[in-house]
Design a protein around this ligand. Structure first.
Ligand code: PEP
Ligand code: MN
Length: 360
């Protein structure tokens, strides 16, 4: 299957200045709340109003959304402001109701993308629709599940497609609510270069004070759009209070964001970037050469351990390496998180090289 320029026509037809902006509350709470926020967002960079009507909660007992009545409020908001309306759908009933209420954009949530049965049910219910359908990444960093979601919709004849990167659940605690794992989104972008890619800094960060920073990172990575949870009274929101911003703050964020061009035709730029890329390529090759040498040393260590009947994993030694590298890394301006990831991967590979010689 091939995602082509035809699948991003909807974005070009909106005819906006880059980037596309979706904003609105995590959840629709009352008619007044929906209308107030929509009116505040009307004359801004926002083109699409988002609001959750059915809310997937990790544990029961929380606010699970106002349900179908909220669709009427969105219809009213659309009539009054002209904004396009977006809701999350998780099953065929949601789809049917959303279509009946003339909702323009449907998104598939992270907890739904993980489930191919649910995605297929949604795709079947949407068969050949000209609505815009956006697939959030699955909760876990599994590129295939995300690709699978897009493919199911594409095969159901849905043409107007896009994806939302909202970060991933990872076992280790990080400063993010959902770790961005930018590489997964970049891999998806490489797989489907024409597919509009939207960043959701609200669910990535979980904190309103980090929205600006992550939005800028997304724009620097050539994302097509941003979806940002926006509430008239964030602290008292019925869901995701900590990450929502006011419409005023949203405007400030956009004033401060530096929007960059995707590329340039300037000859001096092209020459300079080509030179720098050659250097990067050479330095990557050097890196691999060093890694190859390092693994040969690991194999020699493996042989020595074998002769002396010593266990492969020497935890204390590994901790020493890590400490030393964190220290040296920080002197070279490398973050601790990077050093940890980098050396964990090297250590893993090193152990498997040692095991290879030991089990020979
Ligand atoms: C949401 O957008 O409010 C939402 C529930 O998002 P996610 O599926 O990314 O958790
Ligand atoms: Mn939310």
């Amino acid at each position: 299957m091939e995602i082509t320029a035809a699948n991003r026509n909807w974005l070009d037809q909106l005819n906006l200045t880059h980037p596309l902006v979706l904003a609105g509350p995590c959840s629709a709470e009352t008619e007044t709340q929906v209308l107030q926020i929509a009116h505040e967002l009307k004359d801004s960079d926002v083109s699409i109003f988002r609001a959750g009507i059915w809310k997937p909660r990790t544990r029961p007992g929380g606010f699970e959304g106002v349900g179908a009545i909220g669709l009427k409020w969105l219809q009213k908001a659309k009539a009054e402001t002209g904004l396009l309306m977006a809701v999350e759908v998780a099953n065929a009933t949601h789809v049917k109701l959303a279509l009946e209420h003339d909702i323009d954009v449907l998104w598939i949530g992270a907890r739904t993308t993980v489930n191919p049965f649910a995605v297929q049910e949604i795709a079947d219910a949407l068969q050949n629709t000209d609505k815009i359908v956006l697939v959030k990444n699955p909760v876990n960093p599994d590129l295939s599940l995300w690709i699978g979601g897009v493919e199911r919709l594409f095969r159901a004849g849905i043409k107007n497609l896009g994806v939302i990167h909202r970060g991933f659940s990872v076992y280790e605690k990080t400063k993010y609510r959902n770790n961005p794992e930018w590489q997964v989104a970049i891999d998806l972008q490489n797989r489907f270069p024409m597919l509009p890619l939207i960043c959701d800094p609200s669910h990535i960060t979980g904190r309103r004070d980090m929205i600006q920073e992550v939005s800028q990172q997304a724009l620097d990575l050539n994302y097509d759009g941003l979806i940002i949870e926006t509430h008239i009274d964030p602290d008292n929101a019925w869901s995701d209070a900590a990450q929502q911003v006011t419409p005023t703050r949203l405007k400030e964020i956009f004033e401060d964001l530096k929007v960059k061009k995707k590329s340039s035709e300037s000859a001096s730029y092209l020459l300079e970037i080509a030179k720098l890329r050659t250097k990067i390529d050479a330095s990557d090759s050097k890196l691999l050469e060093i890694m190859g040498e390092r693994m040969k040393i690991s194999e020699a260590i493996g042989n020595l351990k074998k002769e002396n009947k010593i266990a492969v994993l020497q935890n204390q030694r590994w901790m020493q390496i890590l400490e030393r590298m964190k220290e040296e890394g920080s002197q070279k301006g490398l973050s601790e998180a990077f050093i940890l990831n980098f050396f964990k991967a090297i250590h893993q590979e090193s152990i498997s090289h040692q095991e290879k010689v030991i089990n020979k």
